[in-house]
Design a protein around this ligand. Structure first.
Ligand SMILES: O=C(O)CCC(=O)C(=O)O
Ligand SMILES: [Fe+2]
Length: 228
């Protein structure tokens, strides 16, 4: 299930330089709170939806954003591709959680960060993806951000295979990591623009105690580097 036989909860495992998996980082209580918050955000002002790609394809995950609205392939304040509404604001408590996540992954020194330590991390957008049992995410880079600050990724609900690759190609070499409910994954520094994706979700693996009957939630926090 875990990266290695001896990986304990909370013990960071470096998957690639600057890419760190922290198993079991979120308590069940915190996961429940995040699930409840996601249920609210999914309602709007911009409702959670399947993103339509420029070529007409439809993403299998459903997504809602905070702070800035991501649509392929840019950030805007209003969701022109959904209902034209302004996105919900990015709450301060979520930025605090992002700074805590960097400390858990890198320690106090901010290693792997795109500059300063964890205390200077100022995420201003979150992408919240919901995966049903059939949803996937193809290999891609998170590169619409103008900041090289790390991406903080939180997983809740069903487990998945998270494929973490390299910055040059969407193909091998990559590492398949099992992300379980409560796990933290941070990618920054030399891994910030690495290709990654979710080839498989494992239906029915979630602990009902986190408040999701089925499916997987993933929350990524990012610094857009965009003005105001
Ligand atoms: O669901 C995941 O673990 C990854 C999500 C992701 O790569 C993204 O939202 O850009
Ligand atoms: Fe991504």
């Amino acid at each position: 299930m875990r990266d290695g036989l001896f990986a304990l909860p909370h013990e960071p495992v470096e998957v690639a330089p600057g890419a760190v998996h922290v198993p079991g980082w979120l308590s069940v209580e915190r996961q429940r709170e995040l699930v409840a918050a996601c249920r609210e955000w999914a309602l709007g002002p911009v409702p959670m939806r399947h993103t339509v790609l420029p070529g007409g394809g439809v993403m299998s995950v459903r997504t809602v954003c905070l702070g800035w609205h991501w649509q392929p392939y840019r950030y805007t304040r209003t969701a022109g591709d959904v209902n034209g509404a302004r996105v919900a604001r990015f709450p301060d408590w979520l930025a605090d959680l992002g700074r805590e996540a960097l400390v858990a992954a890198y320690g106090g020194g901010g290693g792997g960060g795109g500059g300063g330590g964890a205390g200077e991390y100022a995420p201003d957008t979150a992408l919240i993806n919901f995966y049903d049992g059939a949803a996937r995410m193809g290999m891609h880079q998170d590169k619409e951000e103008r900041s090289a600050a790390p991406v903080v990724s939180l997983s809740i609900g069903d487990s998945c295979v998270f494929r973490f690759g390299n910055t040059a190609t969407r193909n091998r070499p990559y590492t398949d990591v099992e992300l379980v409910s409560g796990d933290l994954f941070v990618f920054g520094g030399p891994s910030r623009f690495a290709f990654h994706g979710v080839p498989k979700v494992r239906p029915g693996t979630a602990d009902p105690a986190v408040g999701l009957a089925s499916g997987r939630l993933n929350i990524t926090l990012r610094e857009t580097g965009l003005p105001g």
